[in-house]
Each structure stands twice: as C-alpha cells, then as structure tokens.
Design a protein around this ligand. Structure first.
Ligand code: B16
Ligand code: MG
Length: 219
C-alpha cells in the first residue's frame, strides 16, 4: 500500500518551470546560441549544469565561462521568483496535500533545484510537508534515483510504497529507477512526454484524490 508521496517542485507544485525556461532563453539569446521553447523540453527537471551543457552542445567554453553563464542564468531566475506568493501554488495541490496528511501519508518535496527552499517558503507550503530534498541533497541528479531515495529515507518509507509526482521525463525515469510509482503531469498535447514510463499520466492535480490514485494503481 501507498505510504509516501514525493512531489517534484518546478512544474508540479508551482509553475516555475516557465521561469527556468525564460532565464535560459535570455542567456542563450545573449550568447547568440540557438534555443527555443521546444528545445527547452529536453531541459525539464534537468539540473543547472546539465541544462547548460545541453544548451551549449559541442561549443567549447572554459570552466570559468560556463560558471559565469550558470551564475547569470541563476540571477535571472532568482529575480523572477522574487514575486512568488501562495497564489502561485498550482490548482489542486493544497487540497491533495491536506488529504494525504489526513490519511497519514508521509509527504516529501524532491526538487533538483538549489532554489527549492526559498521557493517553497514563498509558496507557504513548508508546513504541509514532512521533508524537503533539494539540489544540495545528493550528488547525482535526476534521472539517477538518488534524490528520490534520499527523500524516501527522510520520510522513513520504503521506495516501493512511495508515489512520485513529476512533470519531467528525467524525473519519471528517476522514480522508476528508485523502484517507486510514477505519476507524470503533462498537458494533453505533451501526454507522450514520458514514453509510456509513467504509471499514470494526468494533465494536472486539479480534483485528483488519493482514492483515484489507489484505484488506478490497484493499491
Ligand atoms: P536550479 P525540479 C528543476 O527543479 C527544474 O525543473 C529545472 O528546470 C532546473 O534546471 C533544476 O531544478 C535546477 O534548478 O538552477 O534552481 O538549481 O523540477 O526538480 O523541482
Ligand atoms: Mg519539475
């Protein structure tokens, strides 16, 4: 039976995925590197350095220049999350978190982002979860299972009893590698994003209940 829920942050609990995209786009434009919204799909949920490497491709930059680019992108991103408020929690999230807690389910947030804690604080949801794993928690980023396994340890629940909610292929891959159940969130036009790897694909968490998840997973 399901005893733990692990939520990704960007693109699941709030829409900062759009801010990450705009910050990378600005950097790419400044560096005259071709990049667009479609290319950004490959960066979804991917950690900062790995994202930059996907953008620069085989262009040869020194470590110092790469570092400066990551800092610049992060500066743009941090600026854009300044104005984040509890209003930015996505629809259905507060209801689901409340229902999970009432049912005695342990809850963690597991984000690849080094900015996860300030975002969670601004959203005002820190008290609704039992543990937070972020971009500082483990060394190997998603699609490695490490971050989710770390989160499961933090809430004291075996991986096989955890459900992960993700918007990124790299995140769903990480959840499967961790031996967990995976719910993938994607708009209808991108519902094939997870290549059939997610156990459940939903457009968003609006109106979704623990009982629906248990029924769909046969748990
Ligand atoms: P930072 P998630 C991920 O967060 C984002 O989806 C991804 O776009 C970002 O590059 C990554 O965090 C690292 O973020 O640069 O703030 O450390 O989806 O795992 O919550
Ligand atoms: Mg995400």
């Amino acid at each position: 039976d399901i005893q733990g829920f692990i939520f990704d942050l960007d693109g699941v609990l709030t829409d900062t995925a759009e801010f990450h995209y705009r910050a990378w786009q600005k950097l790419a434009d400044e560096e005259k590197i071709p990049f667009n919204r479609q290319a950004n799909e490959a960066l979804r949920g991917v950690a900062r350095r790995e994202s930059l490497m996907l953008i620069v491709g085989d262009r040869d930059y020194s470590e110092e220049v790469l570092q400066e680019m990551m800092d610049r992108k992060n500066h743009y991103y941090v600026e854009s999350i300044e104005a984040t408020t509890p209003q930015d929690v996505l629809s259905g999230v507060i209801e689901l978190l409340g229902e999970l807690r009432q049912s005695g389910i342990k809850i963690a947030i597991a984000s690849a982002s080094k900015n996860a804690r300030p975002v969670i604080a601004k959203l005002g949801i820190a008290d609704l979860v039992d543990a937070i794993a972020d971009g500082y928690s483990v060394e190997n980023p998603k699609p490695a299972p490490d971050l989710f396994l770390y989160a499961a340890t933090q809430i004291g629940i075996a991986p096989a009893k955890c459900v992960v909610v993700e918007d990124a292929p790299a995140g769903v891959e990480a959840a499967i590698a961790a031996g967990m159940w995976a719910i993938g969130l994607a708009p209808k036009e991108h519902s094939d994003r997870f290549n059939g790897d997610a156990h459940i694909v939903l457009p968003n968490l609006t109106g979704f209940h623990l009982s629906d998840i248990k029924a769909k997973l046969g748990k």
